[in-house]
Design a protein. Structure first.
Length: 340
């Protein structure tokens, strides 16, 4: 991150380029749209202004590209992130609609200031694919959020988070439906990281079938030259009288299969990196307690029904932070791109 003390005149010329050169800087207030085709793009922003402010960025289907950054009056801060533009903007099924063509950028934060922004194509950007379910999905509309929807905010410019998590997906449907793995697999290039977290909807999947489906996904990623990473699922907000999470909360399925335990074993047998989000989210919830951990999830305040599985925006950011800490501890190559 660069912190600059500049005059307004200097800001208006910073990044200026000839008409035939890139990047081209644009002033963005509130929301702005860039007429670009599908692909990966580096987004450079200059935050700040005459007044103090706190400004962040959401892109496309409410993906959090930048958490709000506080700036003093007259202070300017540069930040960059790499993002994917695609249709549909959100989940691969298109259940939230196709979205708007091009790249959509929305200013967020308690006191957003107008920003200068430049968008540059990055067709060779390293990619982080996410194969998962609703707990990680890009939800285009409130109130649900997925943890991978918040993942971009933790990376500086470099890797593009390509979140293809689908609500309702299991290891069975992600392989069977042509909109999911059949679409993602050809996109994977050598060196791309692929996070695999499917469990919540494998309620009736036997252990043998679950293991076989995971092996198919892993083999498919490896065949493309990608690097599969096993991620155990986030826990459900289901507490017992002892203040500990129940088997349902720990994602044991209806047949008694401990799905996170299977994922850990598959990672061990296949010698793959493991990001144990189950253990990390369990520790977080149990340390907070049943009442204090509810804000991580959707509660009565949203739609009249307590939702023990899906995440609030706050919860998505907290769980994404757990994932990135696990990435750093596992020394994944992409961890070098994590923000300090």
């Amino acid at each position: 991150m660069k912190v600059l003390e500049l005059t307004l005149a200097a800001v208006l010329t910073l990044g200026a380029a000839p008409a035939d050169a890139a990047p081209r800087w644009t002033v963005c207030t509130g929301s702005c749209s860039f007429d670009v085709p599908a692909g990966d793009y580096r987004v450079d922003v200059l935050l700040g202004g005459r007044n103090a402010g706190s400004t962040g960025l959401d892109v496309e289907a409410r993906r959090i590209a930048l958490a709000p950054v506080a700036t003093r009056a007259g202070q300017y801060v540069e930040r960059s992130v790499t993002v994917e533009v695609r249709t549909p903007e959100g989940m691969p099924s298109g259940q939230d609609g196709p979205g708007t063509p091009g790249l959509q950028v929305h200013l967020t934060g308690p006191a957003p200031q107008p920003v200068r922004i430049a968008v540059t194509p990055k067709p060779k950007a390293p990619r982080v694919f996410v194969i998962s379910d609703s707990t990680a999905s890009d939800w285009a509309f409130l109130p649900k959020n997925g943890w991978a929807q918040a993942l971009p905010e933790f990376f500086r410019a470099g890797p593009s988070v390509r979140n293809y998590a689908q609500s309702g997906a299991s290891t069975v449907s992600y392989l069977d439906d042509p909109r999911y793995f059949a679409r993602v697999r050809p996109m994977i290039r050598p060196g791309d990281t692929v996070l695999i977290q499917l469990a919540h909807n494998d309620k009736q999947t036997t252990e043998d079938v679950y293991r076989a489906n995971l092996a198919t996904l892993i083999d498919g990623v490896r065949a493309q030259g990608g690097a599969p990473v096993v991620v155990t699922p986030p826990v459900r907000h289901r507490f017992g009288a002892d203040g500990k999470l129940t088997p349902l909360g720990l994602v044991v399925n209806n047949l008694g299969v401990d799905l996170p335990a299977v994922l850990r074993d598959v990672a061990r047998q296949q010698r793959l990196p493991l990001l144990d989000l189950t253990a990390r989210s369990q520790a977080l919830l149990e340390s907070l307690g049943e009442a204090a951990s509810w804000p991580l999830y959707l509660t009565l305040a949203h739609d009249g029904v307590d939702d023990a599985t899906h995440l609030s925006r706050y919860g998505a950011e907290q769980f994404a932070a757990l994932v990135t800490r696990a990435m750093a501890q596992a020394r994944l190559p992409l961890a070098r791109f994590l923000r300090p």
